[in-house]
Design a protein around this ligand. Structure first.
Ligand code: NAD
Ligand code: MG
Length: 387
């Protein structure tokens, strides 16, 4: 059988390197078409050599010479810039792993869809901001979107696609993040270094902060609505601190199907790489007797207002999810740079959602314009608060 060709957008990140780890263990099953990264030349060059990629692309154009030097004599083609990343996505592959963080992933994800590649989607922000446009394009080209996010991957595995009308509710589980039991006063003083320490998952900085504010679960509500198409009221969130049950689907007869596993992203990633088949992984096996008990509790939207903000944005639709996402990206970056406090993140997002009310985006360029303007509003709100 011929090997499945894979392109990884965001190959040096947490999801990207877990994907490479699985591919490395299965050299007969996969080949690498292209790898992209933003600034990590060394990590990208190493990954490209190890995986015998055909093409390596660095997003930051000023690093293009460095990448070419690092790969000279290997026969691996190199390119750079945001356009270089889009070109890599457009080349097509059997499967494109979309693992860039943030709205920077929108254009390359659309390019991968337009090239007709099966899409393994980790980059939830692209779906939050441009979900309607993206899912429409995927449908037109008959492109499968396979969710990598553990919750959505769980739902995908539990969902009977032939009977969507028999689903009553989808329940997303949430770990609750590092501050699950903290009150707002205690959260006020947390540093970025503390907030990135997730109890169960090892992830990139941005999603780790989103998990701490629980905006991650909010973004996931909107992501789920685009992927699975039920009404907003049919999506619920349950806090489950052990991160063993990755999400659930409830049917009209009272049956609840859940997907479980140890919290290791390589399981959902492997599911998308091998789909519709399955592949072996080195992931720890679930030992329920060692875990002993599984706990569940209702989310607290007073302590974690991000969940309520995202739900409102999902219900209102239009430009709101793109605004929520852009303002959140801007505020998280400012928090990571020690420019604002932890509680200000959701405060800024709320303010931008309130003040900025453009019409719904009809095309991708509208999404980019809304994204830019929402970031400007967020910067303004942060300057005002600092004064
Ligand atoms: P990360 O920060 O570890 O990696 C991000 C990758 O994107 C890197 O390769 C980086 O070089 C690249 N990148 C960053 N900015 C870029 C830009 N402007 N242009 C081009 N490339 C850029 O992030 P991650 O934790 O791997 O997360 C990636 C995506 O997957 C996010 O959307 C996240 O929400 C989602 N996700 C991650 C996990 C996880 O366990 N890490 C789980 C579920 C979903
Ligand atoms: Mg998730």
């Amino acid at each position: 059988m011929s090997r499945k060709s894979i392109t990884i957008l965001g190959a040096t990140g947490s999801v990207g390197s877990s994907t490479l780890d699985l591919i490395d263990r299965n050299p007969d099953a996969f080949s690498i078409e292209a790898l992209t990264a933003y600034r990590d030349v060394e990590g990208l060059a190493l990954a490209a050599r190890n995986s015998q990629a055909k093409l390596a692309v660095i997003g930051d154009e000023s690093l293009s010479g460095e990448l070419a030097d690092a790969l000279s004599g290997t026969g691996i083609e190199t390119a750079s810039g945001a356009q270089g990343i889009c070109d890599a996505a457009q080349r097509g592959a059997d499967l494109v792993m979309a693992a860039i963080v943030g709205a920077a992933g929108i254009r390359p994800v659309m390019d991968a869809i337009e090239a007709g590649s099966t899409l393994a989607l980790a980059n939830k922000e692209s779906l939050v901001s441009a979900g309607a446009i993206m899912t429409r394009a995927a449908k037109e080209r008959d492109v499968a979107i396979l969710p990598v996010d553990s919750e959505h991957n769980a739902i995908f595995q539990c969902l009977d696609p032939t009977r969507p009308e028999r689903v009553e509710r989808i329940v997303l589980t949430a770990s609750g993040g590092p501050f699950r039991t903290w009150d707002r006063e205690a959260m006020r003083a947390v540093t970025p270094e503390r907030a990135v320490q997730h109890p169960n998952w090892s992830m990139g900085a941005k999603i780790s902060i989103d998990s701490a504010t629980m905006m991650n679960k909010g973004l996931e509500l909107i992501e789920a609505a685009h992927l699975f198409g039920l009404s907003p009221a049919q999506y619920a969130i349950v806090v489950h601190p052990q991160s063993v049950v990755h999400s659930m689907v409830e049917y009209v007869d009272g049956s609840v199907l859940a997907q479980m596993g140890a919290p290791d992203m390589r399981t959902p990633i492997a599911h998308t790489l091998a789909w519709p088949d399955r592949m072996e992984t080195p992931c720890e096996r679930l030992d329920l007797t060692a875990i002993g008990r599984l706990d569940f509790e209702a989310p607290d939207t007073e302590r974690f207002p991000a969940i309520a903000l995202a739900r409102a944005a999902m219900e209102e639709g239009g430009a709101k999810p793109a605004i929520l996402n852009a303002a959140n990206e801007q505020a998280v970056a400012a928090f990571l740079a020690h420019n604002i406090g932890f509680l200000q993140i959701t405060g800024i997002v709320a303010e931008v959602l309130d003040r900025y009310t453009p019409p719904a985006p009809g095309k991708l360029d509208d999404v980019f314009a809304i994204d830019r303007e929402a970031r400007r509003y967020a910067d303004e709100a942060m300057e005002k608060q600092a004064a």
